[in-house]
Design a protein around this ligand. Structure first.
Ligand code: CS2
Length: 515
C-alpha cells in the first residue's frame, strides 16, 4: 500500500504531478458566488466549472457554499481547508483532481448573519441554487409561493433569520436595494422545467409581501436565468473513500465520484458581472427550454423509470439493471416514446442524444445506486412521467411506457424489494402525503393513489385509457414479479395487433397542473 496524505492546503504539494490541483493561490480568490445546497451534484458540476475559471486566472469566482441545516459537509471539509477530490470515471480510465473553488461552507441554521453578510457583500455577483423542487416552496395549485408553509411563515416572521433560500435571497436583495447596490444574478440549477421562471415567481411573490417597492425593484433589475445542468453523480460511499485512499494515496473525508460527461446550458441573461463560463465549456443561449425539457424527460425520466424497475428486479446499480435485456429493451422504448413529446424544431439531434444517454446509463464505473434514482419520486414523477404521459395521450399516442413506469414506481413506493425485505424509499414528502400507506393498502389497484393530485394531476388520474393501463401493469407486477411483467410488456409492444394508442380527450392548450 502506498503512503497516504490527508488532503489540505499544505498537502497539495505532496500529491503526485498527475493529479491536477488548483493552479491559483486561494488567498487571492474573491468570493463571487453564494451557492445554496452544496450536495454532491453541485460539487461535481458548478463548483468544477468555477474551479476551471479560477485555474484560468479569473479570481472573482470563489464560492461560499451554504447548507441550510446540515453540518455534515462543513465538518467534513473543515479539516481539509475546504479542498476535495473529484474522481471522473470512464472506461478509458480515471481523472483525479483536487477542487479548490469552495472557499467556505456556511451552515445557515447556525449563523444566518454570516450568510446575509456574504450576500450583501459587493463581491457577490451570483447566487446559485441546488435545493431540489421542495426547496422552492412553489405551490402548484396557487401557482405561486406556498405562503402557508411553516418555513415561509417563519422566514416572514423573522426577517433576520431566514430558514429558506428564498428568504435569504429576498432579505439580501432588499438590503442591496436600500443601500443603492446592484443586485446579484439568481440562478437555479435544479432539474425543474423552467427553473429560473419558477424561482423568479417565488422570489417576486415573497418580495411583494414585503413591499410593492421591493417587488418592482426585483422585477425590473434582477435576472433569473433558466439553466440545464447535467452530470450523473452517485452518492459517495465508504468504498469510494477507501478506493481513493488505497489506489491514489489521498485521504479525503468526502470525495466526489462522477462521470467524464458534464453539460451546463445557461440562458444568457445576467444582471451583475457575468462569469465567462463559456470559456470553460458551458453553453450560453437565448432559449434553454428545449434543452432542459429534453434532459429532464430523457435522462431524468429514464432514471425515474430505471430506479424502481431495476431495484424491484433485484439490482443495486443502474448499469447492472441496464445489462438485463428486458430492462434495456424497455428503457430504449421508453426514450423513443418520450422523444415523441419533445419539440422537433429546436435543432436537437434526438438519436444522438439518446445514444449518449444509453452509454452513460451503462457505464459500469459509475456504480450509480438505483435507490438514488428512485428517491423523492413524489417530487419527480410529475415532470418526468406524468407530464410527458399527458402530452403523449393528448396526441392519441403511445403512453404505455410511461404508464408502466408509473405502475413500477407505485409498486416501489410500497418499500418492499424483490425478496420481500423492507427498504427506505427516501421520499419524506411522499410518505407525509400518504403515498406509502395508500400503495400498501391498495395492492394491485392503483386507483386510490390517483387521489394524490399533487403527483398525478387531474386529467390523467381520471383518464380511463391511461388509468386502465397503469392498473393492468401494476397487476402484472404484483402477480408475476417485475421481470415477468416486463417481458409481457415488451412482447405486447412488439405485437402489431396490440392497440397501443390511448385516445385523447385531453386539451394540450390547458397548461399542465399536477394539482
Ligand atoms: C437523477 C439526477 O436523482 C435524480 O433525480 O435523475 O440526479 C441525475 O443524475 C442528474 O440530473 C444528472 O444530471
Amino acid at each position: 500500500m502506498q503512503p497516504t496524505v490527508n488532503l489540505s492546503q499544505k498537502a497539495l504539494d505532496a500529491l503526485p504531478d498527475h493529479y491536477s490541483t488548483p493552479s491559483y493561490n486561494r488567498d487571492d480568490v474573491k468570493t463571487g458566488v453564494v451557492h445554496f445546497g452544496p450536495g454532491n451534484f453541485f460539487r461535481a458540476h458548478q463548483a468544477v466549472y468555477f474551479d476551471n475559471l479560477l485555474n484560468q486566472g479569473d479570481l472573482r469566482w470563489g464560492i461560499s457554499a451554504v447548507s441550510l441545516r446540515s453540518k455534515n459537509l462543513r465538518d467534513a471539509l473543515a479539516e481539509q481547508d475546504n479542498y476535495y477530490t473529484l474522481v471522473e470515471r470512464a472506461k478509458e480510465g480515471e481523472n483525479v483532481r483536487v477542487v479548490g473553488s469552495i472557499k467556505e461552507v456556511l451552515v445557515a441554521h447556525e449563523g444566518p448573519d454570516l450568510v446575509l453578510n456574504r450576500l450583501r457583500n459587493p463581491d457577490t455577483k451570483l447566487v446559485t441554487l441546488c435545493v431540489t423542487q421542495n426547496g422552492y416552496y412553489y405551490n402548484n395549485q396557487t401557482k405561486t409561493l406556498d405562503f402557508d408553509h411553516p418555513d415561509i411563515v417563519s422566514c416572514m416572521e423573522e426577517e433576520s433569520d431566514p430558514v429558506s433560500a428564498v428568504g435569504f435571497i429576498v432579505t439580501a436583495l432588499k438590503e442591496r436595494m436600500d443601500a443603492g447596490m446592484p443586485p446579484f444574478t439568481v440562478m437555479s440549477c435544479d432539474n425543474i422545467p423552467g427553473n429560473g421562471n419558477v424561482l423568479r415567481q417565488v422570489v417576486e411573490a415573497y418580495a411583494m409581501s414585503v413591499s410593492q417597492e421591493l417587488y418592482e425593484w426585483i422585477s425590473d433589475n434582477v435576472e433569473f436565468p433558466v439553466t440545464m445542468v447535467d452530470r450523473i453523480t452517485p452518492r459517495t460511499t465508504a468504498e469510494h473513500i477507501d478506493t481513493l485512499s488505497q489506489q491514489h494515496g489521498i485521504d479525503d473525508a468526502w470525495p466526489v465520484f462522477t462521470e467524464t460527461f458534464a453539460q451546463w446550458v445557461i440562458e444568457d441573461t445576467f444582471c451583475n458581472e457575468k462569469p465567462d463560463l463559456e470559456s470553460v465549456g458551458a453553453e450560453l443561449t437565448e432559449n434553454v427550454a428545449p434543452y432542459e425539457l429534453t434532459k429532464i424527460r430523457i435522462l431524468n425520466g429514464s432514471h425515474m423509470a430505471l430506479g424502481p424497475i431495476g431495484h424491484l428486479s433485484g439490482h443495486d446499480y443502474a448499469h447492472q439493471a441496464m445489462n438485463q435485456p428486458e430492462i434495456n429493451t424497455f428503457i430504449n422504448g421508453f426514450i423513443d416514446t418520450v422523444i415523441t413529446t419533445l419539440p422537433k424544431d429546436a435543432g436537437i439531434d434526438f438519436d444522438d442524444y439518446k445514444s449518449s444517454i444509453i452509454d452513460r446509463l451503462v457505464n459500469p464505473y459509475m456504480k450509480d445506486e438505483l435507490t438514488r434514482l428512485a428517491r423523492n419520486g413524489s417530487q419527480k414523477v410529475p415532470s418526468r412521467l406524468m407530464q410527458p404521459a399527458r402530452e403523449a395521450v393528448a396526441v392519441d399516442g403511445n403512453a404505455d411506457y410511461l404508464a408502466f413506469a408509473v405502475a413500477a414506481w407505485i409498486e416501489y413506493a410500497k418499500g418492499y424489494d424483490s425478496k420481500g425485505a423492507e427498504f427506505d424509499i427516501n421520499d419524506v414528502e411522499g410518505i407525509n402525503m400518504g403515498l406509502q400507506e395508500l400503495a400498501r393498502q391498495s395492492g394491485a389497484n392503483p386507483r386510490p393513489l390517483f387521489a394524490l393530485r399533487k403527483i398525478f394531476g387531474h386529467e390523467l388520474s381520471s383518464h380511463k385509457g391511461f388509468t386502465n393501463k397503469v392498473e393492468q401493469y401494476l397487476r402484472d407486477i404484483v402477480d408475476n414479479g417485475m421481470t415477468t411483467a416486463l417481458s409481457h410488456f415488451n412482447e405486447e409492444q412488439l405485437d402489431p395487433s396490440t392497440e397501443n394508442e390511448i385516445s385523447s380527450g385531453i386539451d394540450l392548450k390547458q397548461t399542465f397542473s399536477p394539482t
